[in-house]
Structure formats: C-alpha cells, structure tokens
Design a protein around this ligand. Sequence first.
Ligand SMILES: [Mn+2]
Length: 295
Amino acid sequence: MIATALRKFAPQALVPTLPNVVPIRPGQAGGEPARDPAKTHRTIFLSDTHLGTRGCKGDALAQFLRTHHCETLYLVGDIVDGWRLKRAFYWRPSHTEVIQEILRKAQDGTRVIYIPGNHDEALRPYAGLNLAGIDVRFEAVHRTADGRDFLVMHGDYFDGVVRYAKWLAHLGDWAYDGALWVSERISDIRRWFGLGHWSLANYLKRTVKNAVEYIGRFEDAVARETEARGLDGAICGHIHHAAIRRIGRILYCNDGDWVESCTALVEGPDGALSVISASGEVLVQERPAFATAVM
Ligand SMILES: [Mn+2]
C-alpha cells in the first residue's frame, strides 16, 4: 500500500530510497538522551516543508524533529512538493532524514496525522487510511488540553486562485522562480529603447502590498468557515506566514513554513498555543489573558 502510494506520488525516484527509510539512527544503542522539557510539547503542527525542492531547509527541519518531542504530530500539507517532483527531482540526504525522523516518531508512539495540501494532493485520495503508521486525513478537528476545538487543514481551499484556476496557480509557481530573471530582462529592454529606469523596488512594494491584502483576505475566509462550523479556532498553513491572531471569536493560527521562516506551531501541556522557531525560541504566543479566560 505505501509503496503504491509513493510510486504514484513520486515515480521511480523516491521508491528506490525506501529500504533506507528505516527509522534507526546509529549511536542510539545507549538509549535516548534525556528530553528537554522546553522541547517537549503536547502537539506539534508543521507544514509547507516542500521536501524535494531547493528551498526546503531540510537540515534545520531534521534537527528540529530530532530534538522536539510530542504526543501528536500534525503534518499540515505541502510536506513533499509533488508539483516540482514531476518536473525536476531535487532530493537531498537531509530530505530523507526528515522522513526518517517522522517515521521514527510514529514508531516511538507519537500519533502522526498527515493532512495533504495542494503540492502533495496526490495523497488526498488516501485520506482515511493509515500508511506506515501515519494517519492520512483530508482535515481534522484537534481538541486542545483546555478543551477548545480547532479545525486543522492545509488551507488551499481558501485561496481563490488555487481553488478556481489551477493552471494559474501552476503558472504562479513557475513565475516565482522566473520573476527576477524577467525583471532583469525588462530593465535591459527599457535601456535598449532609451526608456527610463524601471524600479524593481517599486514593483516589489506593490507586490508586497498585494501580498498583505491577500493574507488578510485568506485569514478572514478561514475564520468565517471556522465560525460557521461552530469551532473555536483554525490551524492551517499554505500561505507561508506564521501567525496567532484573534479574528472575532475565532483564534486563527498558521504554523508557517520550512522554506523561508522555519517555524512550527506547538501546543503546551495546558493547551496554550505558540509559534516557535527552528531553535525552539517562542516567536508568537496566545495572550495569557485569553488562556486564563477560557479555563
Ligand atoms: Mn499550499
């Protein structure tokens, strides 16, 4: 079953590495080193690791998974980048290490739940199945230690571009890689025709403004859906922008990505949520006032 899934998912290339994907590392004979309480969480949520692409910070992620522990690990989509794997295969030993660490956690008793995103949508037909100890789900509802229910999903269904025009999203993916090249060519052409200087800075400022508007619309759409389902909050990824933000009565959480920011969302033993960095530093926390208000 897993081999079939992986073959469909990553033709040829990933399957021959399977015999190596055994979650055993050398130097563990003397047992696990003591777990750092600051790195032991009730739940870890991470997404947008984009394994199989140059951008993936595989070393940092493998190190994070080795040193952080949890009862439940949610993989909130875009874990392996299927779109890019179809075109150009970029697989590093660190990417295999990440998969080894995830399988190792599953073997050691961590419940691992994989919610595919748009870049690994080849796994969506396997929702409801257990592959190599990993539960594949289309989405999930996670109950925190303090009894709040969070909708856990990748989030691409709220992205108008991805939802309504898939070819546009693919174009966007490609355009991202070529953006700088194109802007350089535009400058060259303008120079040849004796036109004035074209400002990349101004172009980027406009793009960033659009990006900020886009993030706002995305967060609002997620919050509306969460409210409609009568849940307390949402945990998603997709937009590569970690956040914990109150929108009306909904707590909107995004676990970020491992391409640029290298962040994860973690739940402490009391149910409090925070965004942490690869080294475990707390970057965003729920307001303590909120944590006590719901107790
Ligand atoms: Mn995505």
